[in-house]
Ligand binder design. Structure first.
Ligand code: KG4
Ligand code: ZN
Length: 346
């Protein structure tokens, strides 16, 4: 680690995770996360107002935990990065307000960054500089996108996105249907290990010859699973949870990886990066690995704990912006709940 590289603190509050990460250059020094997930579990989804309050309570303690973990003081920090969007408006506001306060008090530059670009940038902490251009498959609770990344700090183009539910949303809804806890992704992943992915052939949305090649649709799949499960319950037959979980997961992983590999081939790009919470899924990772190897592509996948929301990803993108000499954001920047994926920063 080079002691002269800038020390960047990143704050993430777009959903239910209060994340504070600290990086020096591309070295990860601390990744402190406080989650309010337990407070939302009984509602079966994130309750925005509950999330905002939890961020408010967790913010300062999480900052201090990250500083302790990194063995640095606030006065050592050279720049503050914060998720400015997209996400829940009230939740984002807590992080943005905190970041502005720290930037002002410490007299350090502020970088308001895009949550989705941060999901891509985080991989540099684990696997070094990003080969650019690359294709990024970004799959989370709120988003499912295929992106052409010519520069993670300054050149992200959207090739396609979901036209209805996000991939993570489909995992969460199907889990609920199967009586599994919230958030459902990790529970489906676990249940699927005991199941047969070929037990039920669920539909692969938007994969017809005339369909948009890089868009996704998961609501038909969700409905198909619901119908299948309801039919069983109506007959009084037991629902084979592991088989349904494995078959559903297979349908999602199949469509995501097939479209991502197709996008790489069509763009003449040799690296696929997967990121976002759903990229923690073991079957998605395995199938992506296999299909990339078959197609002669390199796969970059951050470890599972860096795929789900955290502050390290925000610090990582902040650090890349600083390294590229990009001007900091104004202290008056808003929190933008619908910040476009192509807008890397304010
Ligand atoms: O990126 P993330 O932490 O938050 C958003 O930006 O949305 O993603 C959360 C989503 C949830 O829908 C969760 O169920 C899903 O990621 N997820 C998974 C797994 N771990 C988290 N989905 C499938 N398999 C997993 N292992
Ligand atoms: Zn996310």
């Amino acid at each position: 680690m080079h002691p002269d590289l800038p020390l960047v603190l990143g704050i993430e509050t777009s959903c239910d995770e209060t994340g504070v990460g600290i990086v020096r250059g591309s070295s990860l020094l601390a990744d402190a996360v406080a989650s309010s997930v337990d407070a939302h579990a009984r509602f079966g989804g994130v309750v925005p107002e509950v999330a905002s309050r939890a961020h408010l309570e967790a913010m300062v303690p999480t900052i201090h935990r990250a500083l302790d973990e990194a063995g640095v003081r606030l006065s050592d920090v050279d720049a503050i990065a914060v998720t400015a969007g997209p996400g829940l408006a009230g939740a984002l506001l807590v992080g943005v307000a905190a970041a502005k306060a720290y930037a002002l008090a410490l007299d350090k530059p502020l970088y308001g960054v895009n949550h989705l670009a941060s999901h891509i940038a985080v991989d540099t902490l684990e696997h070094g500089p990003l080969p650019e251009p690359c294709i990024a498959l970004l799959v989370s609770g709120g988003h499912s996108s295929l992106l052409l990344v010519e520069s993670v700090t300054d050149g992200i183009t959207s090739l396609g996105a979901t036209i209805d539910d996000a991939a993570g949303e489909a995992f969460d809804k199907v889990a609920r249907l199967l009586g599994l806890p919230f958030p459902g992704g990790p529970y489906i992943d676990r249940a699927a290990r005991e199941g047969d992915p070929a037990a039920v052939l669920f539909p692969r949305g938007l994969t017809g010859p005339r369909d948009a090649p890089y868009d996704f649709s998961f609501s038909g799949l969700k409905t198909a699973v619901a119908r299948w499960v309801e039919a069983r319950r109506r007959n009084g037959t037991a629902v084979p949870v592991a088989d349904v979980a494995a078959s559903f997961q297979e349908a999602v992983a199949d469509v995501l990886t097939a479209k991502a590999v197709k996008a790489c081939r069509a763009s003449g790009v040799d690296t696929l990066l997967i990121g976002g919470g759903v990229a923690a899924n073991s079957r998605l990772r395995e199938l992506a690995e296999q299909r990339c190897a078959d197609a002669g592509l390199r796969l970059r996948a951050p470890r599972a704990s860096l795929c789900t929301d955290n502050g390290a990803m925000v610090a990582a993108l902040g650090s890349l912006l600083v390294a590229d000499g990009i001007a900091p954001s104004a202290l008056g920047i808003p929190a933008d709940s619908s910040m476009a994926v192509t807008e890397v920063r304010f």
